[in-house]
Design a protein around this ligand. Structure first.
Ligand code: CP
Ligand code: NVA
Length: 307
């Protein structure tokens, strides 16, 4: 049984296959053709944190593909101590073809993958956001025609999004630079695990954001305080100030560089309105592509698990 729990157990071919299905389904969908490939399938969502894009992109994807979605908060599902996580996983797996989860702990998603008996998809944990990273490289590939020769710089917190982008960049052989304030970098543990899994990964940490965007074709940022870190917001505003993506920082990137953001954005903090609403921004194209990648992931999992 394959899952999308982390991209660390994905191959380059797996990612390319998902992109190929997403390409096909996106172009069909744009022509008004919504082939019900997953007719009769059930997707259950279990979320511990809020969501706009992840929840609705999967709901829309399942509607287009002819399936059904059921949404529950983890508390409603009984994960507040009413019963054990393993029992919830086993029960839900009996009703569902897919479970999409959004959690604090990555280990809860891993536990479901082990016990649910159906495909489990990570819709964000504190450690990773694989559906987002797949969407982001799919969007870059669409925007530039190909990823060959492109360079990506991530500015800001070494968080879940920064990590999943690092793995996807490694799988797709895209050089990746991360620029974070001291103390907020990608951790040595993560970097070790990444290099062990993808030995030829091309990743560089550069503290100075202006130096980091030099030659970048994509400048990517995310919130300075992620869900669960709200109490650190004020302290982080001081620390991350020099890491705001503004027109000046975009001007230091390669000619034609694009701005990306997974959203939701704290406008005026990690990026200015001028940048996110400006001509270099592809943040809303990214958001739309979440649905096309959701379809690619669902159809791919359904194919590989049927073999
Ligand atoms: N980018 C993203 O995952 O958005 P949501 O938190 O709204 O799902
Ligand atoms: N790093 C952010 C991403 C939101 C999509 C968070 O975890 O809140």
């Amino acid at each position: 049984m394959r899952h999308l729990d982390t991209l660390l157990n994905f191959s380059t071919d797996d990612v390319q296959e998902i992109f190929a299905i997403a390409d096909e389904l996106k172009s069909q969908s744009l022509q008004g053709n919504r082939e019900p490939r997953l007719a009769g399938s059930v997707l259950t969502m279990l979320f511990e944190k809020p969501s706009l894009r992840t929840r609705i992109s999967f709901e829309a994807a399942m509607a287009h593909l002819g399936g059904t979605c059921i949404f529950l908060s983890t508390a409603e599902a009984g994960l507040n101590g009413r019963e054990s996580a393993v029992d919830v996983a086993r029960v839900l797996g009996g009703y569902s073809d897919f479970v999409v989860m959004r959690t604090f702990e990555q280990s809860l998603i891993d536990q479901f993958a082990q016990h649910a008996g159906c495909a489990v998809i990570n819709g964000l944990s504190n450690d990773s956001h694989p559906c987002q990273a797949l969407t982001d490289f799919f969007t870059m590939r669409e925007e530039f025609g190909s990823l060959a020769g492109r360079r990506v710089t991530y500015i800001g917190d070494g968080n879940n999004v920064a990590k999943s982008l690092a793995i996807c960049a490694g799988l797709l052989k895209v050089p990746y630079v991360v620029s974070s304030p001291a103390g907020y970098e990608l951790t040595p543990d993560f970097l070790q695990q990444l290099k062990r899994t993808i030995p030829d990964v091309d990743i560089t940490l550069i503290e100075d954001p202006h130096a980091a965007v030099n030659d970048a074709d994509v400048v990517y940022t995310d919130v300075w305080a992620s869900m669960g870190q709200e109490s650190e917001s004020n302290a982080r505003k001081q620390i991350f100030g020099p890491y705001r993506v503004d027109a000046d920082l975009m001007a230091a990137a390669a000619t034609g560089a694009k701005f990306m953001h997974c959203l939701p954005a704290k406008r005026g903090l990690e990026c200015t309105d001028e940048v996110i609403d400006g001509p270099t921004s592809i943040a809303f194209q990214q958001a739309e592509n979440r649905m096309h990648i959701a379809k690619g992931v669902l159809a791919w999992l359904s194919n590989v698990n049927a073999k």
